[in-house]
Ligand binder design. Structure first.
Ligand code: KG4
Ligand code: ZN
Length: 339
């Protein structure tokens, strides 16, 4: 089954074609991140305008790269949310129009479920369930125990900022460009992660939730207390901040693995899963469990191949019910499919 995936929830315009939820025929992305590098974050109005400009060229490029025609496509999957409204409208309207023109079934995919599905893309070995999945991006930080693609339990989520948002805001405080995750990771390479003792929120408490707002405040006051010479400590601050974010993420993963001894694998997905230190710390924390990350960095961050894969798994596990979900339940929460 070949699915055409469309993702336009934020500042990436992406179209992909994926066979059977795993083999990528094409994955085309137009990113506008560079235009926001000095603004500290995405400007929704500008992102939506860029989506309008990019969607059709990206669609054509993706079909050309896969060397397929609309006749070869069995279904269309599109991100239905959450995300920036103006950006989402561009992708969903394009998908609805193509579905009507080409007479194809249409599935609306929760963006987070796309990230959860990214592990299966071009994976050399078949992932084994049950697994613990950390999905961490600029918009969410969720910890799942999953028994199938679409079934599982949400164990914890952030109570305030998302982990990627903390990276982005921390980078802005440190005078580093957006997106903050890669720029903090780069600055941290030459820093000492134990130079500053930044707090790991909710550690030792009976919860698998996350919280990053206190950490952000701690960074702000640490910079203030260093005075005018704080810039000479930038790499140490970046390394310590990264260590505190990753330390908190890994602390809950470790606890979750202890609570669910049948867990076969740990999956790290979403933009923050691109972080090398997070991967190292996770492998160190759960040495007896296979830790998987998406097959390439470009599948950690937003892309349309993961949306096509998610559409395939929704269809596999829920059949026609999933195919109708876009029209009937545009605001259905993810846990309607993962319960
Ligand atoms: O999944 P994604 O592309 O978009 C959302 O769904 O939000 O994630 C983007 C987020 C940004 O906050 C970015 O700073 C973060 O992922 N990110 C990273 C890294 N690469 C991207 N965070 C930490 N380390 C990285 N290497
Ligand atoms: Zn995302």
């Amino acid at each position: 089954m070949i699915i055409l995936g469309i993702e336009s929830s934020c500042d990436e315009t992406a179209v992909a074609t994926v066979k059977n939820g795993t083999s990528i025929l094409s994955s085309t992305i137009a990113s506008t991140k560079e235009i926001f590098s000095d603004s500290g974050g995405v400007v929704p109005e500008d992102a939506a305008r860029r989506q309008v400009e990019c969607i059709l060229p990206v669609l054509h490029a993706s079909l050309k790269s896969a060397n397929i025609t609309p006749d070869d496509i069995d279904m269309i999957a599109v991100t239905r949310g959450p995300g920036l409204l103006g950006s989402l409208l561009v992708g969903t309207m394009c998908a609805r129009t193509l579905a009507a023109l080409w007479k194809k079934p249409l599935i609306g995919v929760h963006h987070t479920f796309g990230h959860l599905s990214s592990i299966w893309l071009e994976s050399e070995t078949v992932p084994t369930l049950p697994c613990i999945t950390l999905s961490a991006s600029g918009g969410h930080t969720d910890l799942w125990y999953r028994t199938s693609h679409t079934k599982g339990t949400l164990l914890g989520r952030t109570r305030d900022d998302a982990a990627g948002e903390a990276f982005d805001k921390g980078a802005s405080m440190l005078g580093l460009p957006y997106p903050g995750g890669p720029s903090i990771a780069k600055a941290a390479e030459s820093g000492n992660e134990h130079a500053f003792d930044l707090p790991i929120a909710l550690a030792g408490e009976d919860t698998l939730d996350y919280s990053f707002s206190g950490l952000k405040t701690a960074l702000k006051y640490t910079i203030r207390d260093l005075g005018s010479s704080w810039e000479s400590s930038r790499s140490d601050l970046a390394a310590s901040f990264q260590f505190a974010i990753c330390g908190q993420l890994v602390d809950r993963i470790k606890q979750a693995c202890a609570q669910y001894p049948d867990v076969q694998e740990v999956h790290l997905v979403g933009g923050v899963s691109a972080n090398t230190r997070l991967r190292e710390l996770t492998r160190h924390a759960v040495p007896d469990i296979t830790v998987r990350t998406p097959g390439a960095i470009k599948f950690c961050t937003d892309n349309a191949a993961m949306i096509a894969a998610a559409g395939y798994f929704l269809h596999q596990e829920h059949g026609q019910k999933a195919a109708g979900v876009f029209e009937t339940s545009a605001t259905l929460p993810l846990d309607a499919f993962i319960s």
